[in-house]
Design a protein around this ligand. Sequence first.
Ligand code: COA
Ligand code: AMP
Length: 627
Amino acid sequence: MSNGAYAKAHEQSISDPSAFWGEAAKAIDWITPPTTVLDDSNAPFYRWFPGGTLNTCFNAVDRHVRDGRGDQAAIRYDSPVTGTRRTVTYAELLKQVSRLAGALRGLGVEKGDRVVVYMPMVPEALVAMLACARIGAIHSVVFGGFAPAELAARLEDAEPKVVLSASCGIEPKRVVEYKPFLDAAIERSSHTPEAVVVLQREQARAELGERDHDWEELVAAAEPADCVEVAATDPLYILYTSGTTGRPKGIVRDNGGYAVALRWSMEHVYDVRPGETMFTASDVGWVVGHSYIVYAPLFTGATTVVYEGKPVGTPDAGAFWRVVDDYDVVALFTAPTAFRAIKKEDADAALLKEHDVSSLRTLFLAGERLDPDTYEWASRILGVPVVDNWWQTETGWPIASNLRGLDPMPIKPGSPSVAVPGYDVKVLDETGQPCAPGQEGAIVIGLPMPPGTLPTLWRDDQRYVDGYLSAFEGYYLTGDGGMVDEDGYVFVMGRTDDVLNVAGHRLSTGSMEAAIAGHPDVAECAVIGVHDDFKGQQPRAFVVLKAGVAEGEEERIRAELFTRVRDEVGAVASLKQVDVVQALPKTRSGKILRKTMREIADGKDAVVPGTIEDSSVLDELRGILRP
Ligand code: COA
Ligand code: AMP
């Protein structure tokens, strides 16, 4: 049963956001405390805490050392793939961050300059992000699983002065050399960074060229740098995410609103207090990593686990239980697909019995829909609440969750529970009218969204307005479809656009289509996400070959397309299947009907618009997708 605190908090956050977030802002160390909480004078561009100044790194690191947490673990680095473990205390973190910040300054990085971070899951990735924040530089972390073309697109858009990287990452079956990828990306990009700093790892050392610096040497020679004062509204980072087209969207995150929202969420949503340990098994390249591996635990003076490896395989499917046991983890946060991977290997959870996981209070799952089977299994084996939480790169922190620290409520399988305070969640039909409880429609959020959410897209206000704010006036379009039931529980059914979600990784069909269309024998193509029991979704491509390509060539072309997509987008975007078809379903104006294709694949009776060019094309697809 609810204790009533949620209803009160949510109501106040919507009716009087300034009072609500003004109170929450007291948990942050400001240099100049803000006198205004919400500036709505330039709607729909809302700004939180204008006039306030602070430093994000100070709030994540320095103040804990000042307040006596210097000897407490800030980071527990646990890397089964390299057989390494290391604890970094807050005092050590402060030293490392100050020195790297000084090194960046030595390379000419100033407040407002961009720095791209392309790194595996090592503590230095966090040090890199915090060092940028310390001197007011804007970091843009790129997930290590992306290939050169994706990295190049991000370099071009962010125009970084410096890139911070490592010689390699370690995947279970191979060592992934980062430096050749990075060099190839710089080669392809119209923007060239002035310097590249490389953390050399013994598994594969990188050859350094003219613009490259050895991380350790550079840091050893650097003077520590102090925190600089930035405006609450200055950008802290840009995180690129996949849209429907191949061009990634640069989500901007500001300093003040993010600090306030994340600090509030740690206790109220995730129920983690100062001094406790949170284990978020994701990657710093994703938003979940930014917020709940790095910033939120550190703003809170908690301990964060940096885990380099997979949930299974190295050494076995008991890896997460061992980490929980070793570090007394109170909150474990990962994607449902990680639990499906564990269940596949150890359905009876025999390995769980080898560890003491009694410290664990809650399991949080996000990043993709939590299917009822995974929910039931995880609940049964762990015996703790399993909390689905729904959000996106754009929002930076949960839109819907069960608020474990504020007002734990009953859990309904299939639902990430209720709208988090600050989010005015509504479901609208195609005409913009509110849907009745239980009726499916587009999930939208009333403006303004709370602190921490995106103020705009990097140097592209118009794309922000067109992509998110134009569909329904006064609302932010999430891109997800779903419903809200009579108790206010939100149910998220999936994306209504062409964005894919593979193993909790958000990918763009547009970039995969661009890679496929680049093949000399392909006339046109479409990629759709099809259901997959393990990874949630998998990309499947339909290609029309150019006239004159012989039938016997199909196998070769298929194999080349698999490789092309991996090489251009990244290993995380591996195609599940490539089908050669005679034609793609299109409207008379030539628009490919991807939604119709998805509906056929989902076994739905696809609603075919009257304008379809040639309906016999659909019969071919039905034959392939529903043999
Ligand atoms: N750098 C380089 N390559 C990477 C990479 C990285 N950071 N991350 C993944 N890859 C590669 C993998 O090695 C794999 O390559 P392969 O096809 O040659 O084997 C490919 O990309 C696909 O990786 P992935 O989707 O992770 O599949 P997997 O089978 O290796 O692992 C899971 C499956 C479920 C265990 C894994 O995806 C997982 O733990 N997911 C959790 C998702 C998550 O953290 N989401 C973030 C939001 S919470
Ligand atoms: P990302 O921006 O990478 O975090 O991906 C965000 C998208 O992942 C959302 O728009 C949803 O489609 C999906 N998603 C994330 N969390 C959930 C969840 N708990 N339930 C359903 N879908 C989710």
